[in-house]
Design a protein around this ligand. Structure first.
Ligand code: CA
Length: 223
């Protein structure tokens, strides 16, 4: 498993590198956004840890660029900023998760494991529901004949819903299965992601498939 760490603070970068190497990961470092983007374009990584405040090109720009080039590698953002706006714009740019500095290494490790596991797991047959179809191998998604472009986190959320059609999924079930966390502060992020998914999967189609169960969570169902 190869991880790219894009981080300009040398102490933080070497702390992360050392910790991840002790866990058996191969780790490469980039010190600014431009170098990071070059390495992403030239290499194949299982996960990218991306500081947001970087010289030359900031982390969000790097993520937008790589997603524009259809690089689907999961990205975990590291940010000193903890304002909701920054986090939401980070998620919107195509990152999969975020961690606010300072963080405990054990928490970083838990998220790294979750993102990598999701990136490489669930090799199986296509799942269908109504006119929605997903391919767990390529992570491609179609609604009728239209291919829908999802980030890896949006895909994971949709896949979980497709595995449990017509079942009400609570926010804590979604947090556990899609993010591997249980804490309550996470529920806002789930709502943000369901909205992203709705825009892509439902907005342009007459029949809505993702429904809110007020006060509880969400359900994938027809009508
Ligand atoms: Ca920085």
């Amino acid at each position: 498993m190869k991880i790219l760490v894009v981080e300009d603070e040398k102490k933080v970068a070497s702390f992360i590198k050392r910790g991840l190497e002790e866990e058996g990961y191969t780790v490469e470092l980039a010190q600014d956004g431009e170098e990071g983007l070059k390495m992403i374009e030239g290499g194949s990584y299982d996960l990218i840890l991306m500081d947001l405040m970087l010289p030359k090109m900031d982390g969000l720009q790097v993520i937008r660029q790589m997603r524009a080039q259809s690089v689907r590698t999961p990205v975990l953002c590291l940010t000193a900023k903890d304002k909701a706006d920054d986090i939401v714009s980070g998620l919107d740019s195509g990152s999969d998760d975020y961690l606010t500095k300072p963080f405990a290494f054990i928490e970083l490790l838990a998220r790294v494991r979750a993102l990598i596991r999701r990136g490489s797991s669930e090799r199986g047959a296509e799942l269908t529901f109504a006119d929605l179809r997903i391919d767990p191998v390529s992570h491609k998604v179609w609604r009728a004949q239209t291919e829908i472009d999802l980030t890896s986190k949006e895909y994971a959320l949709l896949e979980y819903m497709m595995q449990h059609p017509n079942e009400t999924l609570t926010r804590s079930m979604i947090a556990e299965h899609v993010w591997d966390y249980t804490f309550d502060s996470f529920t806002n992020i789930i709502d943000v992601y369901v909205n992203y998914l709705r825009k892509k999967v439902d907005r342009d189609f007459e029949k809505k498939l993702i429904h809110t169960v007020r006060g509880i969570g969400y359900v994938l169902k027809e009508g």
